[in-house]
Design a protein around this ligand. Sequence first.
Ligand code: FAD
Length: 286
Amino acid sequence: MEYLAPASLDEAIGLLASGGSGAAPLAGGTDLIIQNRSGRREILKMVDIKRIPELNVLEFDAKKGLRLGAAVPCIRLGEFAPMHKHYPALLEGAELIGSMQIQGRASVGGNICNGSPAADTICALIVLDAVCVTRGAGGSREIPAKDFMTGPGKTALKPGELLVEVRVPPPPAGSANGYLRFIPRNEMDIAVVSAGVWLATSKDGKCTDARVAIGACGPTPIVVDKAAKALIGSKFEEAAIAAAGQASREAARPITDIRGTVEYRRQLADVLTRRAIGMAVQRLKQ
Ligand SMILES: Cc1cc2nc3c(=O)[nH]c(=O)nc-3n(C[C@H](O)[C@H](O)[C@H](O)COP(=O)(O)OP(=O)(O)OC[C@H]3O[C@@H](n4cnc5c(N)ncnc54)[C@H](O)[C@@H]3O)c2cc1C
């Protein structure tokens, strides 16, 4: 295997194009190296993208929102004040990945490019209405986060295309967000089910807009429009929150596996949706 560490985006794209299916971008390597060592994926050319300046951007602007470079390690997000203030759902997802040691390497970019429907940052990116900016031999594209994952281990990226950054719009006044997951232990496991919620309200506390997404409940994360509709127009009364939870239960299309049964996951989708709404409502009050 060849290890290459280009210093520019163009160089990386050239290396990926010439390497064909045996070439892969390497960010933190916390998925890729494990897949390579276990024989699940044969990599002939590892293209380390961590030295590319565009992929290390971490900026917030009140008018433009957040720019998060695809190779920024999750640990940096906790040190970046705007994440706490404006995008707690994304921070919550990033800070759940593995452990502090894993977060020192792992990136949000790698998390979503790996394509797992249980990935801890994708639901937050979806409800925050993020856009994934990519670049390949054919130029740049913008892919909404909700369309980025296309199946287990699959994404909308074309062969040789790189995720450059994720852009998240600025938070409107009166909005809040939150993310949580369930695992049967405290850490170092992947989500049995997860839920992300974004809420917007008017001055009188009425919900004017909402987005709900659930993870690990199907081949890709699921946007639960019916849950959002149940909340819009409400003041987050118990009945509205219960209806949103029920909508997630109905939208979930999980499988039974080592981590839980279909019934268990549907129940979790309901509970976690209600709890994530509760988290966001609490943040609105604060
Ligand atoms: C002990 C342990 C615990 C873990 N716990 C969790 C957890 O709790 N939650 C969770 O969601 N995940 C978890 N993971 C999985 C992993 O850490 C995360 O998915 C992580 O965010 C991957 O990021 P990375 O930078 O290491 O990606 P890498 O391993 O470098 O890359 C992952 C994939 O994305 C591709 N890729 C990376 N960057 C780009 C790019 N910019 N453009 C195009 N393709 C790209 C790579 O080629 C590869 O296919 C865990 C892993 C370990 C080892």
